[in-house]
Design a protein around this ligand. Structure first.
Ligand SMILES: Nc1nc2c(c(=O)[nH]1)N[C@H]1C(S)=C(S)[C@@H](COP(=O)(O)O)O[C@H]1N2
Ligand SMILES: [Mo]
Length: 256
């Protein structure tokens, strides 16, 4: 049995006055469910435990939300890219369990299942995926737990894959199921974003176990938890499939 670890966010406790200010601001700016305290603290570099900084945090949060809204409507804005020299080494590992519980998949019989609103539901081998168009980007992964790191991911643009399988791109959601019971989902515009990859490679090598072998989604326009690792099934859906952290209160959109 895998013991889920405690998230840093659970340790953040607000004073009643701070909670009230936060609620007022959320009401004023329609931020309902829009941002977690952890994401806010990380993005603004402020800690809500410092009473005198609350205003600064709240305004930074408001600006951040504006930025998210802008992204929502553009849909194709590119996330920043970096040079090889800027890459973070060693790259951090993160999952809802410790490194000793990384899934032990047999790669020789690995198949990616496809379901939902698509024309062709045939499963995919890794070799098959490597024959599709490939793209590589050096981007920053941001985790709500308060760290970020720059890495290089290569693989099939999810858009190319969805087009290849005849996905109904008027459907609103693309869902992902993982070998470790993790799951997540993306809105269709983000799934079709040019930098959203079905990543097969990390740096110059095939994805190592800790970073999500044999296949992960790499979405540089979303927070880390919307980058599922060890993917075993992709599906297209009109209903929001939610996600492991999304269903525990983390904002579903979670763009950066
Ligand atoms: N299958 C799976 N994918 C996952 C997770 C997980 O626990 N299981 N954790 C997510 C979180 S919270 C983060 S920040 C990133 C971390 O990716 P990394 O280990 O490559 O740094 O993976 C995401 N994808
Ligand atoms: Mo994360």
């Amino acid at each position: 049995m895998i013991e889920p670890k405690k998230r840093a966010i659970e340790r953040i406790k607000l004073e009643p006055a701070q909670q009230l200010q936060l609620e007022n601001l959320q009401r004023r700016h329609f931020l309902r469910g829009g941002l977690t305290v952890g994401a806010m603290a990380m993005l603004t570099g402020c800690n809500l435990q410092d009473g005198d900084q609350v205003d600064k945090v709240l305004w930074a949060m408001s600006r951040w939300n504006d930025r998210v809204q802008a992204w929502l409507f553009s849909g194709q804005k590119l996330a920043p890219t970096f040079t090889q020299a800027q890459m973070t080494k060693p790259f951090p590992f993160n999952a809802f369990y410790g490194q000793e519980d990384i899934p032990d998949l047999d790669l020789s019989d690995y198949l990616l299942a496809v379901s939902g609103l698509v024309r062709d539901k045939a499963p995919w081998t890794l070799e098959g995926l490597r024959k599709l168009p490939q793209r590589t980007d050096i981007t920053r992964l941001i985790c709500v737990e308060g760290w970020s790191a720059i890495g290089q991911w290569g693989g099939v643009p999810l858009k190319a894959f969805l087009e290849h399988i005849g996905a109904d791109t008027t459907a609103k959601f693309v869902g992902f199921k993982c070998a470790d019971r993790y799951y997540s989902s993306l809105d269709m515009p983000t799934a079709l974003h040019p930098q959203t990859l079905l990543a097969l490679d990390f740096g110059d090598v095939a994805l190592p176990p800790e970073y999500g072998y044999p296949l992960r989604v790499r979405v540089p326009t979303k927070l880390g938890f919307k980058n599922p690792k060890h993917i075993v099934e992709i599906f297209v859906s009109t209903d929001n499939p939610g996600g492991y952290w999304e269903d525990q209160g983390y904002n579903w959109f979670s763009g950066i």
